[in-house]
Design a protein around this ligand. Structure first.
Ligand SMILES: C[S@@+](CC[C@H](N)C(=O)[O-])C[C@H]1O[C@@H](n2cnc3c(N)ncnc32)[C@H](O)[C@@H]1O
Length: 304
């Protein structure tokens, strides 16, 4: 069952009011979007963007009143807004990464807990690069770099070497066995394949670059006083959001007693004020119900 992460906190920071308009850049199974729609009645709309055609088709079949859907990438945010003539945007949400549907039902190899083909694409129509292509056709150096950069995997070199030795690799379980043999001893805390799977998914979908492309567009399309809320699930994404917020922050905040310089890199018209000094995380109660929420970090800002 799909449970939206940090739903209460998303609504608290987006603060939807009657008749306001919002964009959900990662509408997924529409959990957050429905929460917003309950608050911006009777005429407020949500523009929902979803890249995955399979998820999109399901959403589109069960048409929800005031939810305008588009099967596209949030990297095209400005164009999407223009195309739909979606005006007065009071809030924008990004709930990054994959959804529980990808893990549980997609059959595309997002999880190391199921034996599936190594695909990992969100966009199976227009995108050709798969995880199978990476592990079978990239050089050892390139694979090592992906595992290091996108998975922060300590054993990247060892895993990459074994991957090259064991090709061809077709399935998730085959890859898990390779990782287990490459990683010395037992690892505490996480499954030994966690970091490799995260790295491959990020590389396949170019997730970090997509986020970097989308954030400035999001601030640009927001109305003054509008809010942007972003939920990330690993430190690489959170760092991008944190740095983007810092660079766009127009309100000089006191930090270690020194006044920070007002960012000169951003046009005044696209300045923001950070609402979350530290990222908001899930409560113990939420983590108990939804394990995926344990790594969620929410950051929010308001456009000045
Ligand atoms: C964590 S889920 C969102 C869940 C959603 N908030 C809900 O309550 O159901 C993230 C979604 O973003 C989608 N996605 C990933 N990259 C995307 C992109 N570049 N553009 C649009 N959607 C994307 C994924 O397919 C996935 O469905």
């Amino acid at each position: 069952m799909h449970i939206p992460v940090l739903k209460k906190e998303v609504l608290q920071y987006l603060d939807p009011k009657p008749n306001e308009n919002f964009i959900d850049c990662t509408v997924g199974q529409s959990g957050h979007a429905i929460g917003i729609l309950e608050r911006n009645k009777p005429n407020g709309k949500v523009l929902g963007i979803e890249l995955d055609k399979d998820i999109f088709d399901k959403l589109n079949l069960s048409k929800i009143d005031r939810l305008v859907l588009t099967n596209d990438s949030y990297t095209n945010l400005k164009k999407i807004v223009e195309k739909h003539n979606f005006k007065s945007v009071n809030g924008i949400l990004f709930d990054l990464g994959m959804s529980s549907w990808h893990l549980e039902e997609s059959g595309r190899g997002f999880t190391f807990l199921k034996d599936e083909p190594l695909d990992m694409r969100y966009d199976t129509e227009c995108q050709s690069l798969t995880a199978e292509e990476i592990v079978n056709n990239y050089s050892q150096e390139k694979i090592e770099k992906i595992l290091k950069e996108y998975g922060e995997e300590r054993f990247a070199k060892k895993i990459a070497k074994r991957i090259i030795q064991q090709q061809p690799i077709k399935s998730t379980f085959q890859l898990v066995e390779i990782i287990k043999k490459a990683v010395p001893g037992k690892r505490t805390g996480i499954h030994p394949a966690t970091r490799t799977f995260q790295a491959l998914r990020i590389a396949v979908n170019d997730e970090l670059n997509n986020l970097k492309k989308a954030l400035p567009q999001a601030v640009e399309v927001l109305e003054k006083g509008g809010r942007i809320v972003i939920i990330s699930f690993h430190s690489l994404e959170d760092r991008i959001v944190k740095n983007f917020f810092k660079d766009s922050n127009l309100n000089p905040v006191r930090d270690n007693g020194n006044k920070k310089e007002i960012s000169k890199s951003n046009k005044i018209s696209n300045g923001i004020n950070i609402l979350t000094k530290k990222p908001v995380t899930s409560s113990q109660e939420e983590i108990k119900i939804n394990r995926r929420s344990r790594s969620a970090k929410l950051r929010a800002a308001v456009k000045l």
